[in-house]
Design a protein. Sequence first.
Length: 297
Amino acid sequence: MKDTSLVILAAGLGSRFGGNKQISEVGPHGEILMEYSIRDAVEAGFTQIVFILKAEMVETVREHVGKRLEGRVRVDYAVQDWSDIPSWYAIPKERTKPFGTVHAVLAAKHLIRGPFATVNADDYYGKEAFRIMHAMLTELADKHDAGMVPYILGNTMSENGGVTRGICEIRRGYLEKVDETRDIHYEEDHRIVGEYGGLDPQEMVSMNIWGFHPEILPVMEEYFHDFLRKIKEGDVKAECLLPIMVNDFLSRKLIAVRAKSSPDRWFGITYQADRDTVAAELRLLHKKGIYPENLYQ
């Protein structure tokens, strides 16, 4: 059986949350949200977990999560920092944020052992997403073959402010286009609108659960370097994002992306006010028996 890797994107600063939301304890026994993704991924057949972290978070995650996974699954840690930025690019002194999710994946390129999936550390995806994705990964042929698990927009909203989602066009089981759309929020009448106007709650959206063949990594690196070359002088917030990269690759016919949606309801931590909602959702999942009282039993 092929090695399959879950790459957990956990190096974001969490500016809207006001801290390191990736390590916020929200489960009934102090679990952090990414522990649910890990349990579901291992149950689905993933053989490796790769954490992408800020340097100061590595030991915390190793102590809180990594040690409890020993003997269950291979665990590796990568740091997203400036060390792999090419020498020809001068990082602005005012820059504080990492360069986005493509850069994050590349921080782990030396660790990824096989077909890999990406997920956000601060999102709950549900068990079905990992079963779907693992099955896709085992079928990927080469760098031109990829996969994704989209969600229904109405199942991914926050009541506490605007969010960014990749609105997907899917035909016959394949992704044709993804449009990164900002400030998606509820109006007072509960209509969903984004930066370009009203949106159908049944729209399919990307939640950063992508699947790739490891041969894509050199192509991603080339894409990231091209991104750096094109950053406008004075722009200290530009990010190289996975949905935008995928959309660019689709437009250039570099990849075909299988898309099979999850029926599960997504929830996650974007704002401080989301924390209590997420904690309540997790308590309910434990109460229903979706998860045992001890997540590691």
